[in-house]
Design a protein around this ligand. Structure first.
Ligand code: NAD
Length: 513
């Protein structure tokens, strides 16, 4: 790995200290089996992290609970100051953390750096928010009474995250949760454990410099079994889980069983509608980046292009020509467009999907395949593929986490395209390419896209932190990041204060003693 300068990266992020990847600076809630992290970039072992045992988990949760007792009383703008300092540290570590994300997860260096920038952005957002955790005041129906609502910290926020955004998703949750006065226990994906330790080391430094208890941010490592402890735990009022719909259904049911709160960010099956009024050049860039960026492993990756029949051949030819330009290879080399899939299991899923689309009646127009030879030793590099298909195919209805793009044809009006777009179980991101006002507004109307994200003349992927992020239907309904997403991290309390000398009852009810 030395040729990427990864040794220096690991050192700078505190990952070369003792304890197989856990720096001496931060608390260690991991004493179990080793989890080895192999890079999909070159197949080499990057490092190992110890998994958390049930006893480690107990220690983490009780440490977090203890920290909450004091943290909830700290004024929110002071909590914001901690987040500001965290954002500053991230600025200093951006290059190193971005490289680690790229090397451990496999996304391009530009996207790795972008992910860290997203962390910085959400910190900035949260700092401002720390002075704006507003509640409303209401007029009481009773004389000399005052009514208002306030938001209090919730407690321990459990965060379960996916491999594909190994650092940003955590910060979307934590930056808001911390200004809200919550403490966090994070279980990162077992496929990207080092990114988890690196982030924990950065926040641990900030907390230590401010003499704050490290229980404000706890890291637990391991697979789904350790995640299950979080969803079952009554001491964890909110579980924020990002990952597959399969996982989300289990977590939702477990958390609901104890009437806890869950925030779910699950799979997408995102489409771009291309109308006869589309700017074709913009469409091609948006669609190709959406389909092959992060090797098709974004929750917002473009999976379906719904193209009007009148321009179908033209768009198809332009996209196929663009695919011919794609360079596949080491994502740390900025000349490449497409990096590897996360592991060889993901490669098998990709291969299966390509077989399935043909078996179900589709036609491959840009063939896929697994790359071998020099530079592709990890066995995780695949060719982005395109198939002509029908929305009703079972495989098209399914989210395959790989660079496979389905071309679907529509005839008639934009309503027909919207029906196809909405005709899947997932509801995360959607887009329309059109310069026609009526089409754009129809797409955004109540009868338009049923997704949490609906874009005009932008692809499906690449959200900004200022908006609430999330989706409907099997995407889980949760919202994170901007707008008023912070409210889920707090508990709302309605307060009525009587400053009169009598006790009038609401609704004019008489009760005399
Ligand atoms: P995954 O569901 O396999 O794993 C996600 C996380 O859940 C991991 O940390 C895993 O250990 C944990 N987990 C799995 N089963 C669990 C259980 N029963 N109880 C508790 N925890 C459990 O997903 P993945 O392969 O890491 O990520 C890809 C998926 O994530 C895709 O479906 C993608 O669309 C989705 N995703 C969604 C968003 C979003 O914001 N909507 C963002 C990123 C990824």
């Amino acid at each position: 790995a030395q040729h990427f300068g990864i040794e220096n990266v690991l050192k700078s992020l505190g990952l070369l200290a003792e304890n197989e990847g856990t720096s001496t600076g931060s608390q260690n809630f991991s004493s179990g089996e080793l989890i080895h992290s192999y890079s999909p970039v070159d197949g080499k072992l990057i490092g190992s992290v110890r998994a958390s045992t049930a006893a480690d988990y107990e220690k983490a949760v009780s440490t977090a609970a203890e920290a909450f007792k004091t943290f909830r009383l700290m004024p929110a703008p002071q909590r914001g100051e901690l987040v500001r300092q965290f954002g500053e540290k991230l600025r200093q570590k951006k290059d190193d953390l971005g490289k680690l994300v790229s090397y451990e997860m496999g996304k391009s260096l530009q996207e790795g750096l972008g992910e860290v920038q997203e962390m910085i952005d959400i910190c900035d957002f949260a700092v401002g928010l720390s002075r704006q955790l507003h509640g409303l005041t209401m007029h009481s129906e009773r004389p000399a009474h005052r009514m208002y609502e306030q938001y209090h910290p919730l407690g321990i926020v459990g965060i379960i995250s996916a491999f594909n955004f190994p650092v940003a998703v955590w910060s979307w949750n934590t930056a808001l949760a911390w200004v809200c006065g919550d403490v966090c226990v994070w279980k990162p994906s077992e496929k990207t454990p080092l990114c988890g330790v690196a982030c924990q080391n950065i926040i641990a430094e900030v907390l230590a410099e401010n003499n704050m208890p490290e229980g404000i941010s706890c890291l637990i490592s391991g697979d789904y079994t350790i995640g299950e402890l979080l969803s079952k735990d009554k001491r964890v009022p909110l579980v924020s889980a990002t990952g597959s719909t399969r996982m989300g259904k289990i977590v939702a049911a477990t958390v609901a069983e104890r009437l806890g709160r869950s925030l779910l960010e699950l799979g997408g099956n995102n489409a771009i509608i291309v109308t006869p009024n589309a700017d074709i050049k913009m469409t091609v860039i948006g669609a190709v980046f959406g389909a092959v960026g992060t090797a098709g492993q974004r929750c917002t990756s473009t999976r379906r292009l719904i193209i009007h029949e009148s321009i179908y051949e033209q768009v198809k030819d332009a996209i196929v020509a663009a695919y011919a330009q794609l360079r596949i290879g080491n994502p740390l080399d900025q000349n490449n467009h497409v990096g590897p899939l996360i592991d060889t299991d993901a490669v098998k899923t990709y291969q299966h999907a390509l077989e399935a689309v043909v078996a179900q009646g589709g036609k491959i127009i840009v063939p896929g395949g697994v790359l071998t030879g020099a530079g592709y030793e990890s066995g995780c590099y695949v060719k982005p593929a395109i198939a002509e298909a029908d929305n009703s195919f079972e495989i098209v209805q399914h989210e395959t986490f790989a660079p496979i793009l389905y071309l679907l044809k529509y005839s008639g009006s934009v309503e027909d395209a919207i029906e196809i777009q909405n005709g899947v179980a997932q509801g995360l991101s959607s887009a329309i390419m059109t310069t026609h006002l009526r089409e754009a507004e129809q797409f955004l109307s109540a009868a338009g896209s049923d997704c949490g994200i609906a874009n005009v003349n932008i692809g499906t992927s690449g959200a900004e932190i200022g908006g609430a992020f999330g989706g409907e239907k099997e995407t889980g309904g949760g919202r994170e990041s901007g707008s008023d997403a912070w409210k889920v991290y707090m508990r709302r309390q309605t307060n009525t204060i009587n400053y009169s000398t009598s006790l009038p009852l609401a609704q004019g009810i008489k009760f005399d003693l």
